[in-house]
Design a protein around this ligand. Structure first.
Ligand code: FES
Length: 102
């Protein structure tokens, strides 16, 4: 099912936290693209909001683990597990996320 979670303009430099089906998701703007990643780092389950973007990577603000924004793959320690990413659909200035749970 597809859910509207925000307006594109609401996503500022530090991203925007939203919740879908009880999961915290961080919306991130990188140029013209919007990504939706888990707001919980796979390292110590700390919040990813406040992290930085470098190229196609997102850097956790806590201990600097890097994740690929497009795939969620872990790129550097101290995290060793990938993070969840969500499919984003942009329409009429709004951000929709495809949620797995009906
Ligand atoms: S909590 Fe993200 S790198 Fe440690």
């Amino acid at each position: 099912m597809i859910k509207k979670v925000a307006l594109i303009d609401e996503i500022k430099e530090n991203g925007l936290k939203v919740e879908v089906d009880g999961e915290e998701i961080l919306l991130i703007k990188n140029g013209d693209e919007i990504f939706a990643i888990s707001n919980l780092c796979s390292h110590q389950e700390k919040e990813m909001s406040g992290g930085k973007i470098e190229g196609d990577a997102f850097i956790c603000p806590h201990h600097g683990a890097r994740f690929d924004l497009k795939t969620g793959k872990v790129l550097s320690m101290p995290a060793v597990e990938d993070i969840k990413i969500y499919k984003v659909i942009l329409k009429d200035g709004a951000v929709f996320i495809e949620s797995e749970n009906g």
